[in-house]
Ligand binder design. Structure first.
Ligand code: CO
Length: 648
């Protein structure tokens, strides 16, 4: 890329941001990279891991009014491949200069897209790898797929400080064949991504390729079912959504769309217009990291796990969504604008889909004496993004309901990770999904960071458990039970797991704001299905993804604490992120606080998950509790069509 001269770096040519939280524009990304290249001696072989908006201080954002001047800063992470060194920079786009430049010792940035491609090429070119696949009857590597997995951290001296991946491979039978049907079992190339050299090829012994293809693409499906009639979503007057830049208004909801390479979709400044006043609920909501630990101890499968945000950058892997396929109806799309590893601009068109959906009934009552029926239809606003991480797809769907409920749903689909087993073997740590094809047992853990601001920044968190009253003078008939509320004073007290049998939930209140009944206004975090990890506490993955061991964490707000696994989880030895943030036991009562919710999806693979998994769902909800004085959706009108028959 040609480096612009100082005179070309003219801020006046930039598309102006309209809000302090607007993601960097393509021009701002290019300018930030150019400023760093001009003002620092970056060396011959550097990669730009991240060029992202340095979000302004919360006070600045909260004070901002339309038309106020906006200061723009970029945050950059650089990997110098020659030195194996990582640097962080902050660039002032207004001043055209580097305002901060730091060497970050002992860390590995995320694995970048072009490293995947370069790694595949290096492995295929390796004579040692070619010899290993030849032992398995494969003489041509053209149709071999190579998937690099971060080496993680298992305390091996020779891996210290090296940027290593374990490259596992698969064989296609034609260019569009599903290669995951034929794992090249027992061969792992260990690759140093800094030098892009194959360090060694581990061979655990030959296992034959599974015999069957596993194709799902339309050209392989002989006959489609014929009984589907058209189903169309028609909004003849358009949608009820208003979009202004990255700002979204939908009925009473207000929010802003953000997107980062590491986190993907971010939702900012979520509020609800209650009788003319926009009341804040969440300042920032994001996927803070995720990890997929696998449960097979054999060969090097014990090293199989993936931090799909922190190691691979789930935002950089976002799909470009298509109308009528990913999203149905009247859709507003947002592009995701990010950097490539050379500091260039990458735009993913239509990375975020925004639309509204009918969601069945909102409420209903029939008065049996008068025969009068009142029923209203429910709608939800959907903000979604889907990423492909190697074999797997993750959809992140944020739903906003008319009654003030916010829901996060993860949709899991794509292809299960596979290994080959000898004919006749029944795997213990996995499921046969096709002859000689083992899908290992695994779990998907997501952590969502919810920077709460329920009617203001200073909030408190309570745990609510329903308990049975012991039999006694207050409960002579034994029927009594009640919701028991416990305040968390410190972040150590607030490390909790779900308890479905006590109806456990966690409530965020604003102690300074009361509803009409005199109760503190609040929102509750309602867990759905969830699970804990099965790895032993001493396992590497438990140390490196300590966030998995608790479903709830609460911290006081700190702008440097954004991810559950710390800033650099790739090959990190462990302990970073939530366990480290919370170790001091800081106060979380009546202060600016952040909820972190760990969501576990347990996956014992099924034959029905092959060759592509039907979508599985998991998630959680945030629901108003005394936030409103009464049912906030009485003013939703009866449906206009059906001749007003929704109230008869
Ligand atoms: Co799975």
């Amino acid at each position: 890329m040609a480096v612009p001269t100082e005179s070309q770096l003219n801020a006046a040519t930039l598309t102006p941001a309209r809000h302090p939280l607007d993601p960097l524009t393509p021009e701002e990304i290019a300018e930030a990279a150019a400023i760093l290249k001009t003002q620092r001696d970056l060396g011959a072989r550097v990669r730009f891991e991240t060029i992202v908006l340095q979000e302004p201080a919360k006070e600045t954002v909260l004070k901002f009014r339309t038309g106020d001047p906006i200061q723009r800063e970029a945050f950059i992470v650089i990997l110098d491949n020659d030195a194996g060194a990582t640097y962080e920079a902050v660039i002032s786009l207004d001043q055209g200069k580097v305002t901060s430049w730091k060497h970050i010792p002992g860390v590995q940035p995320r694995i970048m897209l072009d490293e995947f491609r370069d790694c595949e090429a290096a492995v295929k070119a390796s004579p040692e790898f070619q010899a290993a696949i030849k032992k398995r009857g494969i003489t041509n590597s053209d149709l071999v797929m190579v998937d690099p997995w971060s080496a993680g951290n298992y305390g091996f001296e020779e891996e210290n400080g090296r940027r290593l991946v374990l490259a596992r491979s698969f064989l296609r039978s034609s260019p569009t064949d599903n290669g995951y049907a034929r794992p090249i079992e027992g061969v792992t190339a260990v690759v140093d991504l800094n030098s892009m050299e194959v360090v060694r090829v581990d061979d655990y012994g030959v296992v034959p390729l599974p015999p069957n293809p596993g194709n799902y693409a339309s050209e392989f499906v002989g006959e489609f079912r014929k009984d589907l009639k058209p189903l169309e979503i028609v909004q003849p007057e358009g949608t009820s959504i208003q979009v202004d830049g990255y700002g979204v208004t939908w009925q009473k909801w207000r929010l802003r769309i953000g997107f980062t390479p590491r986190e993907g979709l971010v939702i900012h400044n979520i509020g609800y217009n209650d009788q003319g006043r926009v009341r804040p609920i969440v300042y920032r909501a994001s996927l803070s990291d995720m990890v997929v630990p696998y449960g097979d101890p054999s060969k090097d499968h014990y090293r199989k796990n993936a931090f799909d945000a922190g190691e691979y950058g789930i935002g950089t892997l976002a799909n470009s969504l298509t109308l009528g396929c990913d999203c149905l109806g009247e859709i507003h799309y947002f592009d995701a604008v990010m950097n490539d590893s050379r500091g260039g601009v990458v735009t993913i068109p239509n990375a975020v889909c925004l639309h509204e959906e009918d969601y069945g009934i909102l409420w209903k009552h029939s008065d049996w004496r008068t025969g009068q029926t009142e029923v209203r239809r429910s709608r939800r606003l959907v903000v979604s993004s889907i990423s492909t991480v190697g074999n797997y797809e993750y959809g992140f769907f944020w739903y906003f309901y008319q009654d003030g409920t916010i829901q996060l749903e993860v949709k899991l689909t794509g292809i299960v990770n596979t290994a080959a087993v000898p004919a006749g073997e029944t795997p213990k740590y996995g499921t046969l999904v096709a002859p000689q094809l083992n899908a290992h047992i695994h779990q998907h853990f997501f952590n969502f960071r919810l920077d709460m601001s329920v009617d203001g920044e200073d909030n408190s968190v309570y745990e609510v458990n329903t308990v049975s009253e012991p039999i006694g003078p207050d409960n002579p008939h034994g029927n009594a039970f009640f919701a028991q509320t416990t305040l968390f004073k410190t972040e150590l007290e607030a490390q909790r797991v779900i308890d479905p049998m006590s109806g456990r939930y966690w409530m965020v209140t604003n102690p300074s704001v009361a509803n009409a009944l005199g109760q503190p206004v609040g929102y509750k975090l309602m867990p759905g299905d969830n699970i804990l990890p099965f790895a032993h506490p001493s396992a590497s993955i438990i140390k490196r993804a300590g966030f998995m061991t608790k479903h709830l964490w609460v911290t006081p707000y700190d702008p440097d604490e954004i991810t559950a696994t710390g800033p650099y989880p790739n090959q990190h030895p462990g302990g970073a992120g939530l366990p480290e943030y919370t170790s001091a036991g800081r106060n979380i009562e009546n202060t600016d606080l952040v909820l972190w919710y760990t969501l576990g999806y347990h996956h014992v693979p099924r034959p029905e998950d092959w060759p592509v998994s039907p979508v599985a769902y998991c998630g959680f909800m945030l629901k108003p509790v005394g936030f409103f004085d009464t049912n906030p959706v009485l003013d939703v009108p009866p449906s206009a069509h059906n001749n007003g028959a929704c109230h008869a």
